[in-house]
Design a protein around this ligand. Structure first.
Ligand code: LLP
Length: 427
């Protein structure tokens, strides 16, 4: 797997002559200036993706709430906010980021299975669009906080739709027996409690089926569940529901040619939801940013060992975890093509674990130490999942737009990694 994966329709890059470029900027120029490893994001690609989704739902009431967890860099958030997106959040930190990026609180949704009192209080204080509850215990907690803070709160209820999806089990989130959502048979009780509480209003019902889905069918089943539920809740007096939140999960092509077809997805959603008059909320993360980004890394060594060829690069799984954690396929390309013969190699990082790899048994043009590689599809669940394991500074983040690039987050310094530590905490 190599150059054939590099169609610019799947990744926000193109080869001009021998050099890999993003929006008119040579990736090698970025590496020279900023160093490696570095995440590089293509603003125009994000705009295109947002446009495709917005056009697919044009004419029906809809809102696109970007799932901030996918890539929470302020430059990315600001761009999406300017395009008209709202945001889906899962922590107080993400809420503060979204506010820092200028999102209006009423365009924010707070999801998540384990929100703390401090996080809930912040969301209530800011008067966000709605908080999606995931249990009756959380509902009771919010009721108490709303009373104490004397604030009205708009709520969504995320159900467990019990829909099976074909994706990696770690990112399948709508099946029976997993931790997410209120069980459907408990939702009427939740709605009753909300109805009885003067400060609470139920404005949305929600689901999130899973991530990296390429088939619209599970959405069909999930939305039917939600519609039946809205009808049942109306039957018991809840007439305030404005929106059906169908979550995120739209899968992207990481190199195997599979991607959610937005036209079929939209026709499934529109067919079911347009007659209801309800607003559809979408929470895409990966679809908007996944293929907008690459991880630039430099080859440190090439090594032959145990009958295998290893390409050892300066990025590790602390920088980009997806291949290691989900055995996820990510195309890898040379930044400067040299026209060399392909070889079957493992592309691995410097971390002291065998699971530190970006590709196993991958056919790639031969590379030499000092040369640059680009790991594709690193714009979502890339930097945000990175860590300081092995006391490695987190990578820089760069945004490219209109033939120029700028640093959206500088590389961490090694000294900063332990600056706050106290070697003698008991003295
Ligand atoms: N809404 C909710 C409530 C979610 O939990 C998620 C993702 C999304 C929206 C956005 O999903 P997306 O459109 O990006 O698929 N780290 C994993 C993905 C975890 C996704 C968790 N929830 C990965 O690298 O594949």
């Amino acid at each position: 797997m190599g150059e054939s994966l590099l169609s610019s329709s799947i990744a926000g890059v193109e080869r001009v002559g021998s050099s890999l470029q993003m929006a008119g900027v040579a990736l090698s120029d970025i590496a020279e200036t900023v160093g490696t490893p570095t995440f590089v994001y293509n603003a125009e690609f994000i705009r295109d993706r947002y446009g495709i989704l917005a056009r697919a739902f044009a004419g029906m009431p809809h809102r696109i709430h970007y799932a901030v967890k996918a890539n929470s860099n302020l430059a990315v958030l600001r761009l999406l906010r300017e395009l008209g997106a709202g945001a889906d959040l899962v922590s107080g930190g993400e809420l503060r980021r979204a506010l820092a990026a200028g999102f209006s609180p009423d365009r924010l949704i707070f999801s998540g299975v384990g929100k703390t009192d401090a996080e809930l209080s912040l969301a209530i204080d800011e008067g966000i669009g709605h908080i999606a509850i995931e249990s009756l215990a959380e509902l009771d907690r919010i009721a108490t906080l709303a009373d104490a803070l004397q604030r009205d709160v708009r709520l969504g209820v995320r159900i467990n739709p019990e829909v099976t999806t074909e994706t990696h089990p770690y990112i399948s989130t709508g099946e029976k027996g997993i931790k997410f959502g209120v069980p459907v048979d408990r939702v009427p009780e939740a709605a009753r409690r909300i109805l009885e509480h003067p400060r609470l209003t139920l404005t949305a019902v929600a689901m999130h089926l899973g991530s990296q889905l390429t088939d619209p069918e599970p959405y069909l089943h999930g939305i039917r569940h939600l519609l039946e539920l809205v009808e049942a809740l109306e039957g018991q007096g809840t007439t305030t529901i404005e929106a059906i939140d169908i979550g995120g999960g739209l899968g992207v092509d990481y190199g195997d040619g599979r991607e959610m077809a937005i036209s079929s997805f939209a026709s499934v959603v529109r067919g079911l939801l347009e007659p209801s008059g309800l607003t559809v909320y979408l929470e895409p993360g990966r679809y908007l940013t996944g293929n907008a980004g690459v991880l630039l890394t430099r080859v440190l060594y090439c090594k032959h060992s145990g009958g295998k060829e290893f390409v050892i690069v300066d990025a590790g799984f602390n920088d980009f975890l997806r291949p290691s954690r989900y055995q996820a396929l990510h195309a890898i390309a040379e930044v400067e093509a040299h026209g060399r013969e392909a070889r079957v190699v493992d592309v691995v990082g410097p971390i002291c674990e065998t699971g530190d790899f970006f590709a196993l048994e991958r056919s790639l043009p031969a590379v030499e130490p000092g040369e640059l590689l680009a790991v594709m599809g690193a714009g979502a669940y890339g930097f945000v999942m990175s860590s300081n394991y092995n006391t490695r500074p987190r990578a820089a983040e760069v945004m490219v737009d209109g033939g120029r690039f700028g640093v959206a987050r500088p590389r961490e310094s090694e000294a900063a990694l332990f600056a706050g530590e106290n070697p003698t905490p008991l003295e």
